[in-house]
Ligand binder design. Sequence first.
Ligand code: DGJ
Length: 727
Amino acid sequence: MGITVDEARGLFHLQSKGSSYVIGIERGLLLHLYWGKRLREYQGSAAHRFYYRCFSPNPTLEDRTFSPDTLPLEYSTAHGQDFRPPALSVVHGDGGGTCNFLYCGYSIIKGKQPLSGLPAVYVEDAGEAETLELVLNDEISALELVLSYTVFENYNAICRNARLINHGDAAISLHGMLSCQVDMREDAYDVISLWGGHINEQNIQRTPVPHGTFEVGSLRGASSHQFSPFMALCSPQANEWQGEVYAMSFVYSGNFVARTHHDQFGLIRMQVGISDFSWKLEPQQQFTTPETVMVYSCEGLSGMSHTYHRLYRRRLARGFWRDRERPVLLNNWEATYFDFDGEKLLGIAKKAAELGVELFVLDDGWFGKRNSDLSSLGDWVPNSEKLGCSLGELSQQINDCGLGFGLWIEPEMVNEDSDLFRLHPDWVLKSPRYPNSYTRSQLVLDLSRTEVCEYIIESVSAVLRSANISYVKWDMNRHISEAGSPSLPADRQGEVRHRYMLGLYHVLETLTSRFPEVLFESCSGGGGRFDAGMLYYMPQTWTSDNTDAICRLSIQYGTSLVMPPISMGAHVSSVPNHQMNRVSDLSTRGAVAMSGCLGYELDLSKLSDTEQRQVAQQIAEYKDLRRTVQFGDFYRLLNPYEGNEAAWNFVSSDGSEIYTVYVLMQAKPAPPLRLLKLAGLDSNGWYEDLQSGTVYGGDELMQAGLALPLLTSDAQALTFRFRRVSI
Ligand code: DGJ
C-alpha cells in the first residue's frame, strides 16, 4: 500500500492491496489516468493524447488540441469548458457560475481522518491506510477545493470525498457538489445498479452504458427502497467470478444521484454524490461532501462484494456489536400487529425462550394511545394500561424468561394526533405557504432544528433508561415531501434535506455513544434506508417488510452485492405469508432467514408440536453456525434473477466450516439433474459432509459439484454443512 508522487512529471500513484489508481497533472488540471489491477509503477504509457476536437473550448488561442471538454477529469465544474455533467456547481455572489480550479499542491496523511458529523470508513491504526489530499485553487473567486483519497493496506478500496472552502469576501451558493467522479478511458462497459420498491428491494439491473446520461437516485429524503446509493461499471464479459468491476457505494442516507455519462469520444464518466440540494457558503466557511467508497475487482462481482463485506463489517460498522454474534430474536409485529397486551406478549416470549430465542422485540404500538397507525408518534411514553404494567416491569418479566428485551421506535416522525404535535405544530418539515401531505397519517419532524434533535435524544434516552433494553429497532415510515423548514431563511431552504441528515446523524451518534451496548437495527419499512451511512451507526438493517422466503431470495441476493449478511435482519414468519400469501416449508423459511441475522416474526405457540421442535432445531443449528454466517465470506452460487433457483455458501473466516443453501423456487415437470458447484473452498483441502459423513476434496466440490436430490414441490430448500478435516 502506498501513495507515490512523481513531482517532476506530475503523477500520483495510489496503490492498495491489489489495485492502482493514477492521477496526472496537465496544465493545472487533474486528469484521471488509470484505475485497475495493481501496477508496480506507472511510467505513462497510458498518458492522455491531445487532438483538435471541433466545438470543444480551448483555454488559450495557441493550442487547439487542449480542451477540458475532451479530457478524463478527476473533478469537473459547471459552466466552464467541460460540457459533461459537472461534479461541482456554484453560483457566485455576482450571479456567475463559472469556476476555474487549478492544481496547487498536495499533502499525504498517514491513516484516515474522520469526517466531522458524517458517517465514514475509519481505521483503528494509522498504518492501515494513507490519505492523499489534492488542493486546487480558483484564484478569481478565491475558492479552494480539496479532493481526498484514502487507500488501504488490506482492501482494494479507495475512499473519496471533496471539500470546498470559501476564502472570498462574499457568500456563494453551492448548487451541487458530488463526492467523486471517475472518467473511465474505455467505453465498453455495462452499468449495474439496484432498484426496487417497498417489499421488493434491491433488484439487480445491468445494461450496456448508453450514450448520454444514465442515472439512478433518490429525491425522497432517504436513500430509499427505489434505488440504492450504489453503481458499478463492469466489462461486458464480467460475471460473478471474473472480469473487471469498478464500483461506487455512497456512505449517505439521504438524496443521492449515481450516474454515468457516455460522451462523444468514448469516455464514460461515473459520478456519485448528494442530489437536490443547495448550500449557502459564507466567507471562511467550508462544505464537506459525504464519502464514496470505490472498489475495484478483477474477480468479477464476487471480488467486489467480498471487499465491501469485509470493509463494511470491520471498518464501517462500529462499537460493541461489531464483532459480536448477533442474538436470535422474536419480533411480535406479524404475530400481533397492534393487537396485544402484556399477557399476550409474555405468552409469545415464553414460548420463544423455550425454543431457544435470545431476544424479544416489542414492535409498534407500546406507547401513547397507539392502537393503529393513526396516532401517537412523537409521544414516547409507554402505554402501561395496554401493557398491564410499566415498560420496566415488562422488560423484567421478559428478562426473567431468559430473553433480552428490545423495542421498536420511530423517532423522526409525528402524528398530528399526538401531544407532541399539539405542543409544537411548528416542529415538522413544511414548505412555505403549502399544506403538508401525509404518508401513513404521519409527518416528518424537522431534524434540521437543534431543539427537535435534542427532544428526540432526550425522549429516546428516557425510554432506554426506563427499562432494561438491549436492542432498538429504529424505523422511518415515510419519505420527505414539502421539505422546508420555518427556522431557516428563504435562501437556505435548499439546505433542509442535507441538514436533516446531519441532524439525524448527530442524534444517532449521541444515542449510540450514550447507550453503547444497545444493538441498534435500522429500518425504513424494511430496506428503505439500507445504506452504508446507516450501517456506521446501526450494524443491522431490517432487510425488507417482505418476509416471504422466495421473495427474500432475490432481495437478500441483491442486497449482498454491497452489504454483508451480518447486516441483514431476516425472519421466519407464518404461512400463508402475510405479504405474498404463499405457503412455503418451515425448513425453507428457516434456511433463507438463517442466511442473515436470524429472527422469528410469528407466535411460535401457534405452531404444531412437530413444527416447534423444528424451530428449536433451527435455532440450535443457527447458534452453532452463526459465526460462519455472520463473520465468514459469502459466495453467491446461483442467481435467482436468472433462473428458478438460488444458492449460496458461507465459508468461515478460518476456512474450516462451510454452510450451503440451495432453494428451488418453482417445481417443474421432468426436472434436470442439478450439480451444485461450491465456491471459496481450498482445492487441496478435504471437507466432511456433516449429514452423510462423506469426505470430499475441495476441488471436487467446486469443480464436479454436489449432485442434488430431485425436488418436486415449490419453494423447497436444501442445506449442507461441511467441516474441513485432515486426512
Ligand atoms: C414498518 C416496519 O418495517 C415493520 O417491520 C414494522 O415495524 C412496522 N413499521 C411497524 O409500524
